[in-house]
Ligand binder design. Sequence first.
Ligand code: ARG
Length: 459
Amino acid sequence: MWGGRFSERPDAIMEEINASIDVDRHLYAQDIAASKAHAAMLAAQGIISAEDANGIGQGLDTVLSEIRKGTFDFKRSLEDIHMNVESRLAELIGPAAGRLHTARSRNDQVATDFRLYVRDAIDEFDAALAAFQRALVKRAIEHAGTVMPGFTHLQTAQPVTFGHHLLAYVEMAARDRGRFADARRRLNESPLGAAALAGTSFPIDREATAEALGFERPMANSLDAVSDRDFVLETLSAAAITAVHLSRFAEEIVVWTSPLVGLVRLSDKFTTGSSIMPQKRNPDAAELVRAKTGRVIGALTALLIVMKGLPLAYQKDMQEDKEGAIEAFAALSLAIRAMTGMVEDLVPDEARMKLAAGDGYATATDLADWLVRTLNMPFRDAHHVTGRIVARAAKDGVALHQLSLQAMQEIEPRITAEALRVLSVEASVQSRTSFGGTAPDNVASQAQAWAKRLESERK
Ligand code: ARG
């Protein structure tokens, strides 16, 4: 394709390091769509004949169906997807194929193809995250009043509801979707027609190709158009944050399903057995979601390093933008779907959750709050008094709600029987009615509001 100036074949190692077809073959649909838009525009502008444009369009459709059927012969000697497609087009339709590359370059071509590919990935993430949210909300409605221990420092802190915990991930996924949508808005401009770097002398219509490919507008600067990879970096950043969220949730599932903790059980569908220990039920899917985060963060880091220090405009380094990103997107897509499956599958052990919620004097703050509210004690003093009561319960080896009123009154004589009532885990969660708090009524109405929102965006 570029052999005019060359008399020798490239070295085998040159071919191996230069070829990108093993990776950019994933972009075949976008490459063909962009070529069809380009050819139609060239004809509309009178740059090529309508007959040639027709032939090119039909030939490209044939190439597309060959690739889809798996009969297309990808050749490394043809370097990349652009030249593989064009070469096959020439076999199919003859010399007219050579007119397709008028007024464009592989530089604007690859930038266009990859923008389209990343845009498709963003749309897939958005749909997958919406499904993840719907699964979470469904379980949150079911468990709006299911009491579980809330943790800080992974120590039992205060009782919360399981529904509240699940809704925290709904909020995270909403921000993730917002970041993807934001990246998509900036991504959605067309580089096509920037040509190699300087634009072209042909009277092309960049608005027309932009519109045909669903872009908002053509990119305004041809140098920027061929050398910008912000759209990949932004999408990978959003992907990395999403992966971190999923990983945190996956870690919780690993901890919760451990027999030492036993707050949640996963069915056979999302666990595996051990080849040697017959009793084992391993949360492999959650562990792999946790691990796949590495690929996503790795791809972001790698591309930031590739781009750092690259002068304008296109540099071959940029060919390295695809492999990591494509792998990372596949990993994230699978991770979202796996977490969605686990959310649907998991069964909380409600009795154990409730018991654990009261462990470790988890309602101590409720007692301190009672002292503040009822005896008008400054919170710091109430904290101290409660601390002494907890110490007494620990010494006697009983839970806070099992300590006698008399024992409490030895420490603070003004405590009445009414104080004992705030010590149950149910009373504790029910009292947390502040906006965003864990009270079952709050959780139920938040979950219902989310269900409505997620339902209405489907229409
Ligand atoms: N395979 C190349 C890439 O992915 C396409 C652009 C090649 N451009 C060039 N001037 N060699 O970046």
